[in-house]
Design a protein. Structure first.
Length: 154
């Protein structure tokens, strides 16, 4: 029986699980996004409604299925999520420190300033389950349900 498969692009990632394990490997993003040219961005992938995702650990030949609800943070290269010039015109960078599962991550939230939602508080209360925080050359996708504290940095 033949399987239907969605073409994907492998992306290096580190997954920090709720039980404290940190796993290096690859996530798989759809090769075509529905809202822009090119592959789906990591932030879009994280906020997709699918509960489980395949992850290929660096030390394994076989992928495992991980539950997004049990993931604290997925860290990927920052350039994997760069918006186009047109999309970035109304984006404001806001610095924040995020505490999650005993970890502290400092970085930038790129807020697209939806009408009446320019504060970090507004961004955090959006329905998407993952927060995207850029820290230099890394982008951290942090599960909002697991965040204990956010501090805005000037």
């Amino acid at each position: 029986m033949s399987e239907l498969r969605v073409p994907t692009v492998a992306l290096a990632a580190e997954v920090l699980c709720g039980d404290g394990r940190s796993i290096l490997g690859r996530i798989f993003l759809p090769a075509a996004a529905s809202t822009h040219p090119g592959p789906m961005r990591a932030e879009e992938w994280a906020n997709d409604p699918a509960t489980f995702f395949p992850f290929l650990p660096d030390d394994s030949a076989s992928p495992v299925l991980l539950n997004k609800r049990e993931v604290l943070v997925v860290s990927v290269p920052a350039d994997a999520d760069e918006p186009s010039e047109l999309e970035s015109t109304s984006v404001v960078e806001q610095r924040a420190i995020v505490e999650c599962g005993g970890r502290t991550i400092e970085g930038s939230i790129h807020n697209d300033l939806r009408e009446g939602q320019g504060r970090v508080l507004d961004y955090m209360n959006r329905p998407e389950p993952f927060l995207s925080l850029r820290d230099g050359k890394r982008r951290h996708l942090i599960q909002k349900r697991r965040i204990s504290r956010v501090v805005e940095v000037d």
